[in-house]
Design a protein around this ligand. Structure first.
Ligand SMILES: O=C1O[C@H](COP(=O)(O)O)[C@@H](O)[C@H](O)[C@H]1O
Length: 224
């Protein structure tokens, strides 16, 4: 198990270099496999990374892109993680990728979870997993001290679960069982507050600091 922490001089360098690394890992995988999967976070941090990645010269038609988690809102809603992807990643060269949308339009994420679990399971293990993290140490939609997080961290959890106990909108999330087997895992964090949260997480239980469940073989990318 190796945790590598890379500190970049600035965010621009981080986003450029991480886009290059992710593209390289996907291409490498496609040299000996028919298909690859790229699982990425939503939120406010990764848009510039996706702008770079969308122009990468990789064999996008052989790549399935999916989110770590989605908020149960319409795809055009400001809080939709899918909206972020459609605007910043799934255009230019990456428009040719296959997109596995976690927002199905079902009445609730509970209704959608069983079929999504099957759909996601077909793309495991993930070729490249990129995680984000909130200052509260949540990752994907696995939130600290939530009863659903205990279930989503269990090794026998289905690949996808509904999350309804958080204070915002209902959500859908990949669980630890789907996320943890990825071939390449990266964590993208920026700013002093997230670095401090990341350091704190290392001595906490995953139920208090869900990102802790993924701090095995991982490369952490940080810039102020
Ligand atoms: O709610 C979410 O938050 C995390 C972190 O987002 P950020 O805004 O602090 O960058 C994100 O990784 C996750 O996908 C998203 O749904």
């Amino acid at each position: 198990m190796t945790l590598e922490f890379i500190e970049y001089p600035d965010r621009e360098m981080l986003f450029l270099s991480l886009a290059d690394r992710v593209a390289g890992q996907l291409s490498q995988h496609l040299r000996v496999n028919d298909r690859a999967s790229l699982c990425v976070p939503g939120g406010t941090t990764p848009a510039p990374l996706y702008d770079y990645l969308s122009g990468a010269e990789i064999d996008w038609p052989r790549i399935t892109v999916l989110l770590n988690d989605e908020r149960w809102v319409d795809g055009e809603h400001m809080r939709s993680n899918g909206r972020l992807l459609r605007r910043h990643l799934l255009h230019d060269k990456a428009e040719a990728a296959q997109y596995l949308d976690l927002y199905t339009g079902d009445a609730s994420p509970e209704d959608a979870a069983p079929a999504l679990s099957e759909a996601v399971a077909a793309h495991l293990p993930l070729t490249v997993l990129l995680l984000g993290m909130g200052t509260d140490m949540h990752t994907a939609s696995l939130f600290p001290d939530a009863s659903e997080t205990v279930l989503a961290l269990a090794p026998d959890a289905p690949a996808v679960m509904a999350v309804t106990s958080n204070r915002d909108e209902p959500r859908i999330t990949l669980t630890a069982s789907a996320l943890k087997g990825a071939i390449n895992t990266h964590l993208l964090i920026t700013g002093a507050d997230k670095r401090e949260a990341f350091e704190r997480a290392q001595s906490l239980d995953p139920t208090e600091a869900p990102i802790r469940a993924f701090l095995g073989d991982i490369t952490v990318h940080w810039a102020e």
